[in-house]
Design a protein around this ligand. Structure first.
Ligand code: GUN
Ligand code: ZN
Length: 445
């Protein structure tokens, strides 16, 4: 076992944050050999029973759950910041040409490595990621995640129509490839597979039907797609699938809505759509930096909370502008505050943080596995430096409550706050911070 002494942030059942100013996090192997949280709480309460456990003391630091990014595109690293009047021209002029480059395996390998390192540098320990339509792009990303011991969920994009040469796939082959990739990667170590229809307009009925059949055959595989992001896209989807009640209903009609189905954006919904999300157990990946950048609209937090369906936060890089969970949480705050058509609801800093950790885990069906630091959770965590910049140091030193502390980090934080990242209990090549003190003498006297 190994213990860490620092301030510790985690989440209770009711989604509120639990904060120990002087906490102890004890990590060790479970019966299956996974590194998990064995004990967590106030240092004073736990120190006696863990006397003799090597303890790394991190004064002035905060240990928090690794962030989960519910929706991100690994091949869009080089798409970030590409200007376009809206989603559809952005896809055509920037995204598809970049994704076509992933036919080259060397390019896919290089970008997979860069992408995962960039996520880790920003404190993200689990992404739900789109690859490209090339099966080898999934192999590249999964292989790189496996090397890093990362929990990653990803899938080959399905897009057999309305897509240019270089990214368009073949209906039958795309389904064969998806099933082969499930067999190769799903459940291997910490890896999971997601059936990934790009969005309804890029998939034929036959491809969506095949995807739905795979989803039924593999109930613990994830599903990911886009829905109701942009008004032109919504109009197009309605024209292509006139017999479905709404754009979201297209996915339901093809058997693609269930637990473990994550739909990015979910902006232009009515209450029937929200009820369909709730009834099926599907979850929304709220992607505020992308929605603001592409001018897509504002996720309706009031509607989501009123009807009650699952959601969590996502970067949606490269529509999104940052890998940083702090930037995403801040953008979500702006949206909750001012972007609502109904009277603004104010998202609390604890709730914003929950949406990017424990709430995102719940959306994935991985509650109690990742996104929290309660006993039994996998040991994916970050060590935060609340004094990483001069302004942060001033601001966080004056915080009179947990909300004030978390808000300072959300508003002023970025990758500089991420001191160390632990994946499955170890901080590998990315360990940047120094161990301040190592002691196996836990006797406080
Ligand atoms: N809709 C279909 N493909 C995409 C994509 O790559 N990014 C975003 N934001 N929306 C999409
Ligand atoms: Zn996306």
């Amino acid at each position: 076992m190994q213990a860490y002494r620092a301030a510790i942030l985690r989440f209770a059942e009711d989604q509120s944050a639990v904060y120990e100013q002087d906490g102890l996090l004890v990590i060790g192997a479970d019966a299956a050999g996974r590194q998990v949280v064995r004990a967590v709480g106030a240092y004073a309460d736990l120190v006696q029973q863990h006397a003799g456990v090597e303890t790394v003391h991190l004064p002035g630091r905060i240990i928090a759950p690794g962030f989960i990014d519910l929706h991100i595109h690994f091949p869009q690293v080089d798409v970030i910041g590409s200007p376009a009047p809206g989603l559809l021209p952005w896809l055509e002029n920037y995204t598809f040409p970049q994704e076509a480059k992933f036919a080259d395996d060397a390019h896919a390998q290089a970008l997979a490595s860069f992408f995962l390192d960039e996520l880790l540098r920003h404190g993200v320990t689990t992404p739900l990621a789109f690859a490209t339509s090339h099966p080898a792009s999934v192999n590249a990303l999964m292989g790189q995640a496996q090397q890093r011991g990362l929990r990653l969920i990803a899938g080959k994009v399905l897009q057999d129509r309305h897509s240019p040469d270089g990214v368009r796939d073949n209906t039958e082959q795309s389904l064969i490839d998806t099933e082969s990739l499930i067999a190769r990667w799903h459940g291997l170590g910490r890896l999971g597979y997601a059936i990934t229809p790009r969005f309804a307009p890029s998939c034929s009925q036959a491809q969506l039907r095949g995807a739905g059949e795979l989803a039924a055959r593999y109930p613990d595989v994830w599903i990911q797609s886009h829905v109701a992001e942009n008004l032109d896209e919504v109009k197009w989807a309605r024209e292509l699938f006139p017999s479905s009640r709404s754009y979201l209903s297209v996915y339901d009609d093809f058997g693609l809505m269930r637990e473990r189905a994550i739909y990015a954006h979910c902006i232009h919904f009515d209450d029937d759509d929200r009820r369909l999300m709730r009834a099926t157990g599907a979850a929304a990946a709220v992607s505020p930096t992308s929605n603001l950048f592409l001018g897509s609209g504002f996720f309706d937090y009031e509607g989501a909370q009123r009807i009650g369906f699952k959601y969590g936060l996502a970067s949606d890089v490269g529509g999104g502008t940052s890998f940083s969970p702090f930037h995403t949480m801040l953008a979500a705050y702006y949206v909750g505050r001012e972007g609502q058509t109904k009277p603004g609801i104010s998202l609390s800093p604890q709730n914003l943080w929950w949406q990017h950790t424990a709430g995102a885990a719940q959306a994935l069906g991985l509650k109690g596995v990742i996104g929290n630091l309660q006993p039994g959770c996998e040991a994916d965590f970050v060590v935060l430096n609340p004094a990483a910049t001069p302004l942060l140091a001033r601001k966080t030193a004056q915080a009179a409550s947990l909300d004030e502390l978390l808000f300072s980090l959300i508003v002023l934080g970025d990758d500089r706050v991420i001191d160390r990242v632990f994946v499955g209990g170890t901080s590998g090549a990315l360990a940047a911070g120094e161990i301040v003190e190592v002691s196996n003498d836990n006797d406080p006297s």
